[in-house]
Write a protein that binds this ligand. Structure first.
Ligand code: B12
Ligand code: SF4
Length: 431
């Protein structure tokens, strides 16, 4: 049996289509690793290669997050026209199973670990279900090592990514992670983490841990950082800003080789955070926290969301000023996006505020809902200009002086974002 696993490309007009520092999605290499050994498996990531429609696999597996859904459907339709069956899975397919089912022979809801071998066995037999859903979530012991060997490695910025935990105890209303992965943070045994880290270090001394919050369980994080300190390693991950409330943990993160953390600040208004149920953040301590994190040699990619109900057009300048004053190393200025599966999706649907369900626009860089205290145009323009200002040379100069060790990661990423935003500003692709 031959299975081809596919990731669709980002739509035209999305910043991620034009950001050249790419890394592969773990869903692809994870699914490949879960595939029985006697099956020939290949991966095609359309973001870095063309899809081959000629090689006649027995089954095609398409992984979709929301902004990739339309393209995923088009690819699926094409394979099905060639009489090749298609299975779909991933976050978007899970929340929009009926829609995905119109383009696939079967849809897998939720995590694949337990159910994927059964899906393959059913397709081999020729009698499969339309929907597969595993009620219990997999524990994270004995996970197979993702099949990075199947990737076209040279076309990615790097491929050294791995995951240590799943699930989040919080429930921010714009995020579907908790609904998808559960309230409890499941953790991989440290001895298995050690094995995979050692494997990755053979490639490069640089690792991106694709976790939602690497400090979700502080006791485990402390042990993890001690483990990482044994190696000469540079690593990146996501963490909540309250890592700076725990001096010991923060120091350990820095000493273990943490060069950068992706941190969801989301807003400079406590009221807005409260409205979104983002309970971990204390706005009045942001400046102090950024300084403490920087002092440990850790760079920050700050994530901010624009368009919340309390915000008016003054928000853009306030946020960029804050980022420049605190010398935030990189930023993702995103437009609030009501992804299926989130509470904000339900709320805006009820309030009839969603203006587009064209998933191509669900990249957090396009307005797809009606904001309250600014117009759709003000939100779009304010967001675009904030990104262009932040990734201008004067802003980079302000933020990158004095130099810190983490700048070896963030200077190239700023340059990449600057290049992508410049391209989009000039192009007619931006709708
Ligand atoms: C790491 C991460 C990033 C990193 C790296 C992205 C990358 N290239 O991998 C960075 C910081 C760059 C990033 C950026 C963004 N991200 Co992100 N990211 C994540 C995060 C935390 C982990 C992704 C991961 O590796 N998961 C581990 C894999 C194994 O899980 P998985 O993909 O879900 O796959 C499992 C199942 O879904 C299933 N499955 C998946 N596909 C298939 C297919 C088949 C056929 C089957 C059977 C099963 C199956 O099986 C897998 C194993 O169980 C997730 C949240 C999360 N916890 O997953 C958000 C997440 C994927 N990101 C999200 C978003 C929105 C973005 C941005 C658009 C944000 C922005 N402000 O711009 C950008 C887009 C950038 C990009 N190029 O992708 C959203 C997507 C929401 C949606 N509905 O589409 C998520 C889910 C977070 C959220 N808020 O809900 N992200
Ligand atoms: S945004 Fe972060 S803290 Fe909030 S629910 Fe999602 S993963 Fe958890």
């Amino acid at each position: 049996m031959k299975i081809k696993i596919i990731c669709p490309r980002w739509p035209e007009g999305s910043i991620w289509r034009h950001f050249i520092f790419r890394f592969p999605y773990l869903s692809l290499t994870t699914l490949a690793a879960l595939t029985p050994e006697d099956v020939e498996v290949t991966i095609e990531d359309e973001n870095v290669q063309e899809i081959n429609y000629q090689d006649q696999p027995d089954l095609v597996a398409v992984s979709i997050i929301t902004p990739l859904a339309n393209r995923g459907y088009a690819i699926a339709d094409q394979f099905r026209k060639l009489s090749i069956p298609v299975v779909m899975g991933g976050v978007h397919a899970t929340w929009m199973a009926e829609e995905a089912g119109q383009h696939a022979d079967a849809v897998v809801l939720g995590e694949a670990e337990k159910v994927w071998p059964r899906v393959i066995a059913d397709f081999r037999k020729g009698s499969y279900q339309r929907i597969y859903r595993e009620e219990s979530r997999p524990d994270l012991q004995n996970l197979p090592v993702p099949r990075r060997d199947l990737l076209k490695k040279r076309v990615y910025f790097f491929t050294n990514t791995m995951q240590i935990s799943r699930g989040c105890p919080f429930q921010c209303d714009f995020c579907s992670v908790t609904a998808f992965f559960g309230h409890t943070c499941r953790l991989r045994p440290l001895k298995e983490v050690r094995k995979e880290v050692e494997l990755l270090l053979k490639e490069k001394n640089f690792i991106f841990f694709m976790d939602d919050n690497i400090i979700a369980n502080p006791a485990y994080a402390r042990d993890l950082f001690s483990l990482l300190k044994e190696y000469r390693i540079k690593w990146l991950s996501h963490a909540s800003v309250n890592i700076a409330e725990n001096d010991d943990l923060l120091k350990k993160a820095g000493e273990s080789g943490c060069y950068g953390l992706f941190i969801g600040f989301e807003s400079l208004s406590q009221k807005t955070l409260q409205d979104h149920h983002k309970t971990t953040n204390r706005v009045d301590r942001y400046r102090e926290f950024v300084k403490k994190i920087h002092d440990q040699g850790i760079g920050i990619e700050g994530s901010f969301i624009f368009g919340s109900d309390e915000e008016d057009p003054s928000v853009f300048q306030q946020v960029v000023d804050f980022c420049e004053e605190t010398k935030i190393d990189a930023a993702v200025f995103a437009i609030l996006t009501p992804y299926p599966g989130t509470r904000i999706y339900e709320q805006y649907t009820r309030e009839e505020r969603i203006i587009s369900r064209n998933w191509d626009l669900y990249d957090m860089n396009h307005v797809v809902f009606r904001p309250k205290r600014m117009t759709i145009e003000q939100l779009q323009e304010g967001h675009d200009l904030a990104n262009q200002r932040f990734y201008s040379y004067p802003s980079m100069l302000k933020r990158f002086w004095p130099l810190r060790r983490s700048h070896q990661v963030f200077l190239p990423s700023n340059w990449g974002m600057r290049r992508a935003w410049k391209f989009l500003a000039k192009s007619t692709l931006r709708g």
